[in-house]
Design a protein around this ligand. Structure first.
Ligand SMILES: Nc1nc2c(c(=O)[nH]1)N[C@H]1C(S)=C(S)[C@@H](COP(=O)(O)OP(=O)(O)OC[C@H]3O[C@@H](n4cnc5c(=O)[nH]c(N)nc54)[C@H](O)[C@@H]3O)O[C@H]1N2
Ligand SMILES: Nc1nc2c(c(=O)[nH]1)N[C@H]1C(S)=C(S)[C@@H](COP(=O)(O)OP(=O)(O)OC[C@H]3O[C@@H](n4cnc5c(=O)[nH]c(N)nc54)[C@H](O)[C@@H]3O)O[C@H]1N2
Ligand SMILES: [Mo]
Length: 889
């Protein structure tokens, strides 16, 4: 739209309030209370402008842009109004605050307008209790951006207003300190604060960043884009990128404050060889020669089936591509896998079976298009917090929310229907929802007719699972199942998100297919706001598997037997023998059939189930190479060779998020100490084993170009194109293809129609036992990440210092334990000791524990059972007993 600003004709974007329209074209109008993430507020009066036809100046943040309007942004009276406003703010403002952080918007305005601060610092207005956020309310100017961003973006309401009129001020909700409020430490309030009343503690301690680098968060599969602030090669802070399509200027506690691990005092920065119980440092040359020699020996003695490698869901696509190529080309084995195995392998297998492509059908942006959202076995507000907050906001703004989770997770508080199945009964429950849809004639007949096969056979099987028949076994009321079925089938589009509560069960793949069946039955696939969407785990777990760290698939999920072009690009044949997956490799090691294993970025000792078995397997290996940032538990207890990798802040590359989006990872600082990028280490070993030519990559871009050459659906994603905010979502086959936000819009991967698959329920082999009366669910909590190697070494650690066992008040009383008391948790497989928490989220008969602390070693307790299709462990169902811990002597 064309308007006149300060006597100039200017074209501003449509649909923005005047202030933001002016900012969009680079015209500077000051403001203290506006933030593009928030609804316009009109509190600070700094953005006053003259608009022709108005007698008084108007607040531009609240003014609509109209065609041909004439705006004046600078004049003597505007200046004097602003000056007056600043003088008022300066009355009580502490001068020292300005000198320590001159670049805050308010401080810049004070300087520009020559307004001195005249207040004094009141000690009682400081709150230093939060480990990541420093609070100095001397600087609060009542713009309420913190309050608003917490409400409007995070949906947490951790700040509140007290007092009236001029006496209104901001305090933590329901508590004296922020840390005791409902705050989830997402840092949004700090990020928006224009004065430094709220500030990152790390910035105060390390100094203001002098360089900012855009990259992708190293934690979960959401893939938030961050700007990482550094000073003298030191990571100081990370803030969310405003123009990132994934996170729109939002982040969570880990992306925002979980970066301290990079500079942790115990980062392992030298290659090391085991020396009895200890280690001695060696040169890279010596370490690499030793890896090559050990693998060569194993190959000579027992052949390629006796060696294996495990890729890292934390490392880049380029790292993982090179590693699986190494396994196949240098070691001649398909024994290669990654921790997608223990996580969402059932999602990939189930969705491939149902729709032809084993990945999320839709995008996070669809959350705002869905009328119904189903969250099944996923605790999104803790584990994918940026997506979780979006789902929460959608529910607040009228979307129907159905939560299927045995625990009363935070999203359940916002749900229209909360179904709480006994862990391990998803197939019963999801079939019951399908049976109710068929029974109540809510099937989308048109969609069936056009795009779906096999309804009749499916309906016969599914009729066995009517809600009234299975309600007792899944522990959910039949009427509630029917209510959920009606909402899902009729209030469309309806979008499913699912997590490990679906996949980490003995029925993992079966339950994913059940979800896909529901989407097909109701026409909830192939349109915006619908589909089946696994909330993928780590930053690059989607990518690690997709790059070919999978025994049965090459890059791009190409089946080994049907991808002859790889041999052309690689100049050598791909091994034909079936490979072992990660679980099978450990099984093989335990019986002496696997001799050498190279584990990159995966702490299998701490995170694999049934730790006693894992230990036995690892102890049986002749060679265990661990390549990691730290001497994690796998390295500390069992490795024979340690190779120091650098973190993703220290290298270039790409990650693939849970919505098939490839985004750039950019080097923020140089590799610390002697650490090296994973791909470089792998190429050096390939070289030492006589395969230099196929591993002569100059940089990650060269690796990526080879990836594009073997992966047709990724061919159009050059680094140049990926450099844009948000990168690209595959399929993206050509240089001019825009990428794909929605799969299966007009047909499925294999053809125009997809079949419904009848699925029967098979009970878990983890059966009930009188000695183990409680059912243990294991999973995560907001402030720690998986093995905890990174979050335990960051400021975030203070927010959650130990694993916990949650149980209901009824069970706690029956066992005779109080909140915080240490308990002994025992299963058929082992024992762990950890503090108990009485939690209203738990039902009687069930308990829940996290697994981030090596001292707890929670996986001593979990068992050997697996999903029969993918071998994914049944982490979510272990029968246990809980006893009062032994008294301290
Ligand atoms: N803060 C944080 N974020 C993380 C991680 C972390 O460690 N910490 N890890 C990342 C990784 S690797 C992953 S894979 C994701 C995992 O993210 P999620 O999938 O959310 O993981 P969990 O917390 O393990 O389990 C999810 C839920 O499944 C429920 N559940 C258990 N059994 C059943 C069942 O039989 N049926 C149903 N319907 N629900 C059940 C549990 O009560 C739990 O609330 O998170 C990623 N993000
Ligand atoms: N009881 C129980 N156990 C579980 C689960 C559960 O729900 N319950 N969930 C399972 C699931 S879903 C998962 S995904 C696994 C996760 O288990 P892990 O994959 O072991 O956990 P992470 O903490 O994600 O970290 C892996 C390792 O990568 C290292 N690392 C980080 N960045 C890099 C890098 O750039 N290069 C290299 N070389 N190393 C790097 C870290 O230091 C860490 O040692 O745990 C599984 N274990
Ligand atoms: Mo995971």
């Amino acid at each position: 739209m064309r308007i006149t600003v300060d006597d100039r004709a200017v074209d501003v974007p449509d649909g923005l309030p005047l202030l933001r329209a002016l900012h969009a074209v680079g015209i500077d109008v000051p403001s203290l209370c506006d933030d593009p993430r928030l609804a316009p507020y009109g509190e600070c009066r700094m953005c006053l402008v003259h608009v022709e036809g108005h007698t008084q100046p108007v607040a531009s943040c609240l003014t609509e842009v109209t065609p041909d309007m004439t705006v004046t942004t600078a004049s003597a009276d505007l200046e004097s109004a602003r000056h007056g406003m600043l003088e008022m703010l300066a009355q009580h403002y502490p001068p020292l605050a300005i000198t320590t952080s001159a670049d805050k918007p308010l401080h810049e305005l004070f300087a520009l307008n020559d307004v001195p601060a005249l207040g004094r610092d009141r000690a009682d207005l400081h709150d230093d209790t939060h480990p990541c956020i420093a609070i100095d309310m001397n600087r609060c100017i009542d713009c309420f951006r913190c309050v608003r961003i917490c409400d409007e973006v995070q949906g947490q309401f951790a700040w509140q207003l007290v007092g009236r009129g001029a006496d209104t001020h901001v305090v933590p909700s329901g508590a004296d300190t922020l840390v005791a409020s409902p705050c989830v430490s997402c840092g949004a309030c700090v990020d928006t604060c224009p004065t430094g009343a709220l500030e990152d503690r790390s910035v105060i301690e390390l100094g203001r960043p002098t360089r900012w680098t855009r990259t992708t968060c190293p934690y979960c599969g959401v893939g938030c884009e961050l700007l990482v602030g550094t000073r003298e090669e030191h990571v100081v802070t990370a803030v969310p990128a405003l123009d990132a399509p994934v996170n729109h200027g939002h982040a969570c506690v880990k992306g925002r404050y979980g970066h301290g691990f990079v500079h942790a005092g115990d980062r392992a920065l030298e290659p090391m060889l085991r020396d009895g119980d200890g280690w001695h440092s060696v040169s890279w040359e010596a370490a690499i020669a030793r890896v090559a020699e050990d693998f060569r020996r194993a190959l000579e003695r027992t052949g390629p089936k006796s060696v294996g490698v495990l890729g890292s869901a934390r490392a880049t696509n380029e790292d993982n591509y090179v590693l699986q190529k190494f396994a196949r080309l240098v070691l001649g084995t398909n024994n290669v896998d990654c921790c997608a195995r223990v996580c969402h392998a059932p999602s990939a297998a189930g969705l491939r079976h149902a729709f032809g492509t084993g990945a999320a059908t839709n995008s996070f942006a669809d959350i705002e298009h869905a009328r119904t959202i189903v969250v099944c076995g996923a605790n999104a507000t803790e584990n994918h917090p940026v997506v979780g907050a979006r789902i929460k906001q959608a529910a607040r703004h009228g979307a129907t929310l159905i939560v299927i989770d045995p625990r009363r997770i935070e999203l359940a508080e916002h749900a229209d229907v909360h179904l709480r199945p006994v862990p391990g009964t998803n197939v019963l429950l999801l079939n019951a929802i399908a049976a109710a849809i068929i029974d109540e004639r809510l099937v989308d007949e048109g969609f069936m007719h056009e795009r779906v096969d096999g309804f009749d056979e499916y309906a016969v099987t599914t009729a066995q699972y009517l809600p009234e028949r299975v309600a007792g076994r899944c522990g959910v009321d039949a009427d509630a199942i029917r209510a959920a079925a009606r909402l899902y089938a009729t209030n469309r589009p309806a979008m499913i998100f699912h997590g490990l509560g679906v996949t980490e069960h003995a029925q993992g793949t079966a339950a994913v297919v059940c979800l896909a069946n529901l989407a097909l039955l109701t026409g909830n696939v192939g349109r915006a706001g619908s589909g089946v969407n696994p909330l993928r785990g780590q930053n690059n777990v989607q990518g690690a598997a997709h790059m070919g760290c999978e025994p049965d698939f090459l890059t791009g999920f190409a089946p080994i037997a049907a991808a002859p072009w790889f041999a052309d690009v690689w100049g050598a044949a791909i091994p034909e023998a079936d490979g072992l997956d990660a679980m099978e490799m450990l099984d093989a090691a335990a019986v002496g059939a696997l001799h050498a294993l190279w584990v990159v970025g995966w702490d299998i000792r701490q995170t694999q189930p049934n730790a006693t078995m894992t230990e036995r397997a690892l102890a049986s290996l002749d060679t265990l190479v661990v390549q990691d940032l730290f001497l994690n538990e796998t390295a500390r207890q069992h490795a024979t060779i340690f190779l120091p990798a650098c973190s993703t802040f220290e290298k270039n590359g790409t990650f693939m998020n849970g919505e098939r989006r490839v985004q750039r990872v950019r080097k923020v600082i140089e590799p610390l100490g002697n650490s090296r990028a994973d791909w470089e280490i792998v190429c050096a070993v390939a070289d030492a084993m006589g395969q230099a030519e196929q591993f002569a990559f100059a940089d990650p871009a060269a690796i990526w170009d080879e990836i594009r050459a073997v992966w047709p659906a990724g061919a159009g994603m050059s680094y140049a194109r990926l450099d844009a905010p948000g990168g690209l979502q595959w399929p993206c086959p050509t240089d001019d293809h825009p990428g794909t936000t929605l799969l299966h819009a007009n047909g499925f991967t294999a053809g125009p129609r997809a079949p419904l698959h009848p699925i029967d329920h098979t009970p878990s082999p983890e059966d009930e036992h009188p000695d183990f009366p409680l059912l243990l669910i294991t999973g995560r909590a907001l402030d720690q990440f998986n093995s905890g190697t990174m979050t335990r070494r960051s400021l975030t650690n203070a927010l959650r210092t130990t694993d916990t066992l949650d149980l209901s008040a009824a069970d706690a009383a029956a066992i005779g334990i109080t909140d915080g008391e240490r308990v002994e948790l025992t299963s058929r497989y082992g024992t762990a000791v950890l503090p108990a928490r009485v939690s209203h989220a738990m039902q009687a008969g069930q308990c829940f524990a996290t697994f981030s602390d090596p001292d707890t070693d929670l996986n001593r307790v979990t068992g050997p059972h697996r999903d029969p299709v993918t071998n994914t462990p049944e982490y979510k169902r272990t029968m246990v007993n809980v006893r009062r811990g032994k008294r301290e002597p």
